[in-house]
Write a protein that binds this ligand. Structure first.
Ligand code: SF4
Length: 415
């Protein structure tokens, strides 16, 4: 069955939701449609000054990862984490006029944007000869570390990965194009972090994530062990016992989470459920369904609150993937109602649900699919922020300051 979608234009959505701030609205639409850089925009991109792409664990809608900017700033100070899309998919155009960079649509400039400045450490190498930008990547305000980039849900026994995910094809491409290592050496992590921290005052947090690892005496022991090693290596650069590190890991059992919490400086955890409906979860995330299961994922999230404490646990979803056909939802309204009622249940147990905008990347099984309408994402962002407000949940470890890739947590500054 095909899903009935709203077809309102940007201006119509802006008029229908006058309280929704304009820049976050534009940001959602840019993430939803993707961007294409004009030749003039690329002329303004200076690899000596600006941060280039190629370090992210996931790819893009047009299948290219290098030779262009990694992201941009909006003038409200939030970052714009974008996917590049081919012209047939009707992306916004990043264009240059009189030496300034703009987001443009239908030939008209809409909003000035700014390329991310390249971190000082990006051109350096570790003593082992690895490019530091491949050890720790950066957003303007945070560092991102992926100690292990392969996901075992894509192995023969893995169950089939997640259908929106291109981590393995992206890793293969990144290995060929930028010599990206699959697994990081701890010495490389220490050296790169120490170098990055020389740029004082730039970073507010560190995000540590990677692929799932089903190996070990009990599933995911191997992943827990390796995160403990990597997080301890990070902790050596700090004197405080807990620092603003967000670990995005597989939904592990309580004893595994406790081991990570007790032995490392990590202070918050994200375990991604990906979509808030069991039937769609089984269809979209067969690997997680095989190794964990939807109800067990929720139980483990509730356990995580006992380990990490209140306001320190959330779960990521790929907003709009509930509309990926085949789906039991006949309309965006139906999907949204189900999504928000599950988010409310999570919040009642102290877990925030957050979303990013689903991009059907070329290297994923869902390449070429259609994501949600702009109105869908506006209602989703508002709904999630409203649930957090009602349950008195804070999201400061994953908001516009720390991450900037979640429309709902961007709203934490205004609502
Ligand atoms: S758990 Fe799913 S989304 Fe995460 S890396 Fe593995 S396949 Fe991709």
């Amino acid at each position: 069955m095909s899903v009935q979608r709203s077809e309102l234009t940007f201006d119509e959505v802006a008029a229908k939701y006058p309280d929704f701030p304009r820049l976050p609205l534009l940001k959602i639409d840019i993430q939803r449609r993707g961007v294409l850089y004009s030749d003039a925009a690329l002329e303004l991109f200076d690899p000596a000054v600006h941060q280039g792409g190629g370090t992210h664990i996931f790819g893009n809608r047009d299948g290219k990862i290098t030779g262009r900017p990694e992201g941009m700033w909006l003038r409200d100070g939030t970052s714009l984490v974008v996917t590049t899309a081919p012209i047939e998919q009707n992306p916004y155009i990043i264009d240059a006029i009189d030496g300034k960079l703009y987001v443009a649509d239908q030939g008209k400039p809409i909003e000035e944007v700014f390329y991310w400045e390249k971190p000082d450490y990006y051109d350096k190498k570790t003593s082992g000869g690895i490019a530091m930008q491949n050890v720790i990547s950066a957003r303007p305000q945070r560092l991102s570390l992926s100690p292990y980039r392969y996901c075992w849900f894509w192995s023969d026994e893995g169950g089939g990965g997640c259908k929106f995910c291109d981590i393995v094809s992206n890793l293969k491409q990144a290995k060929n194009e930028v010599a990206m290592p699959t697994k990081l050496d701890l010495t490389d992590i220490r050296e790169t972090l120490n170098e990055a921290l020389k740029e004082r005052g730039r970073y507010t947090a560190i995000c540590v994530t990677g692929g799932s690892d089903i190996r070990g005496e009990t599933p995911f022991d191997s992943e827990a062990d390796y995160y403990i090693e990597a997080l301890r290596a990070v902790g050596e650069s700090f004197s405080a016992p807990k620092i603003p590190i967000q670990l995005i890991c597989t939904a592990m059992k309580k004893d595994q989470l406790q081991r990570i919490y007790d032995n490392t400086p990590v202070s918050s955890v994200t375990m991604d459920i990906e979509t808030l409906d069991e039937e769609q979860f089984n269809r979209v995330c067969p690997g997680k369904a095989k190794w964990i299961g939807y109800k067990e994922m929720k139980r483990r999230l509730f356990d995580a609150v006992e380990v990490f404490g209140e306001n320190r646990v959330n779960t990521g979803t790929v907003g709009g993937v509930e509309l990926a056909e085949p789906t039991r939802f006949r309309s965006e309204d139906e999907a949204l109602e189900r999504y928000l009622s599950e988010a409310d249940d999570l919040a009642a147990h102290g877990v925030s649900a957050i979303h990013c905008v689903w991009n059907p990347n070329q290297g994923s099984a869902f390449a070429g699919r259609r994501n949600g309408s702009l109105e869908y994402y506006v209602r989703l962002a508002q709904g999630l922020q409203e649930i957090r407000r009602r349950h008195n949940l804070l999201i400061d470890f994953d908001d516009y300051r720390r991450c900037g890739n979640h429309p709902d947590t961007d709203l934490a500054r205004v609502f």
